[in-house]
Design a protein around this ligand. Structure first.
Ligand SMILES: Cc1ncc(COP(=O)(O)O)c(C=O)c1O
Length: 424
């Protein structure tokens, strides 16, 4: 297929219908934008309004009786989504819970998994880790009376490089050895888009007796995951990126059932983690619900969860492997265009190997291209939505549920023009 023909494939099924089931922001003339910011906030699916509306309607009609009479049940509103979510993670439904937000869930899981004792008190992380994760980890070290200057080990790419060698991470884990109380990484890196291999990292962590946890904010709904096979002990994510749950949508956590329960269990608890069958007896003692649901503390935010009833079923209809193949076709096509027609001032920092990346491509930007807010504004004038991360990184994503070849052409064409070139 000639490169120029590929945008026509966006009109083929199932991709045309799938993309059309999302609402794209438009420019002043009504032309849909090339929305390349799904790594930040996924688009609104047309089914979401009905799901939220159903709960508003039930609330209006039933008030508190909605807890008994609404369908799906408000009492199990998030629980019943777990069979749809678990395949995206490669885990059993009882190993996931849909609740809270990512950083809050990280704190709850650190209360379970981070037990600094004696010389075993350090946390090893990849760099750059998302700032909120770092804040949470540093605060937990301090909370336990430790000193982040010595108890936080950060392993980044070699100087002048953006790709983090997974081998360097496993070697650092082995070198730190029994000083490690925890290993924590971002599954797909928020800045570079690098997709880390989880199995060797889990093996390395377990070899030194440390639990292994992962931030999946940029991985879930983006790359195929097999957390149980890979031996990941715990993970957290948000739902507003590739799961298209909407701004501030409810997050989630995973706790591996097979992880030995050797550590004490100073979990932070609340009534929604209490055994479901006796929760409403309202007794004073806490009896933990089995599995990941035992980590719930509060009742389900029904309105913030409702969009997932529209968007998670999409992943049953279009399994991750199929979506990954579609996204890879678009990215390979764009890479071909960039090779044939490079953009002055632009260099890709996301690893080239398909297994080491997902939907996101990150670029280092310099002259003659505009930088920072100027670049984002200039792209906006071409009808393109991407983003910027300081000091010099431009991020775009090709979310396979709604992005296609035409988006790649529009972005590439705009970048050529912004660098002083012409043509499409
Ligand atoms: C990789 C990563 N981790 C953590 C967070 C923080 O998420 P939340 O605000 O839901 O706690 C984000 C938010 O974008 C993120 O991208």
């Amino acid at each position: 297929m000639e490169s120029a023909d590929r945008p026509a494939e966006d009109l083929e099924e199932p991709w045309a219908t799938l993309a059309g089931s999302f609402i794209r922001p438009q420019d002043d003339t009504g032309r849909p934008l090339a929305y390349l910011a799904g790594h930040s906030l996924g688009l609104l699916h047309r089914g979401v309004g009905a799901c939220v509306g159903r709960e508003l309607d039930a609330w209006g009609r039933l008030g508190i009786l909605g807890y008994q009479e609404s369908t799906p049940s408000w009492l199990r509103y998030a629980h019943d989504l777990r069979p749809l979510l678990a395949p995206l993670l490669g885990v059993r439904p009882d190993e996931v819970a849909i609740l809270n937000s990512l950083t809050a869930n990280l704190h709850f899981l650190l209360a379970r998994f981070y037990h600094p004792v004696g010389a075993r008190r350090k946390i090893l992380i990849d760099r750059p880790v998302f700032p909120s994760d770092r804040h949470a980890l540093v605060s937990q070290i301090r909370w336990h009376g430790g000193d982040p200057a010595s108890d936080l080990i950060e392993i980044g790419p070699e100087p002048g490089r953006h790709r983090l060698d997974p081998e360097a991470l496993t070697q650092a884990i082995a070198a730190a050895g029994e000083c490690l109380a925890l290993v924590w990484v971002g599954g797909v890196n928020y800045l570079t888009g690098q997709n880390l291999p989880l199995a060797p990292l889990a093996r390395a962590a377990h070899a030194v007796g440390a639990p292994f946890g992962v931030d999946l904010a940029h991985a879930i709904g983006n790359v195929p995951l097999a957390l149980d096979r890979d031996g990941v002990d715990f993970a957290v994510w948000c739902s507003y990126k590739y799961l298209n749950g909407g701004p501030g949508a409810v997050g989630g956590l995973h706790v591996r059932a097979a992880t030995p329960d050797g550590a004490p269990e100073p979990m932070l608890t609340g009534w929604w983690g209490h055994e479901e069958t006796t929760r409403f007896l309202m007794g004073p003692d806490f009896r933990r619900e089995a599995g990941a649901l035992g980590f719930a503390v509060s009742n389900v935010p029904v309105l913030a969860t409702a969009p997932l009833w529209a968007t998670l079923p999409l992943f049953s209809e279009y399994p991750m492997q199929r979506l990954a193949a579609r996204r890879e076709a678009v990215i390979t096509f764009l890479e071909g265009r960039l090779a044939a027609r490079p953009v002055a001032g632009l260099s890709c920092i996301t690893p080239e190997a398909a297994a080491e990346r997902g939907a996101q491509l990150s670029f280092r930007v310099g002259p003659p291209l505009p930088e920072g807010a100027d670049l984002i504004r200039a792209l906006g004038a071409f009808g393109i939505v991407g983003d910027w991360r300081e000091p010099n990184i431009h991020r775009i994503a090709f979310a396979p549920l709604y992005n296609g070849f035409e988006d790649a052409v529009r972005w590439h064409t705009a970048m050529i023009r912004l660098s002083g070139g012409s043509g499409r």
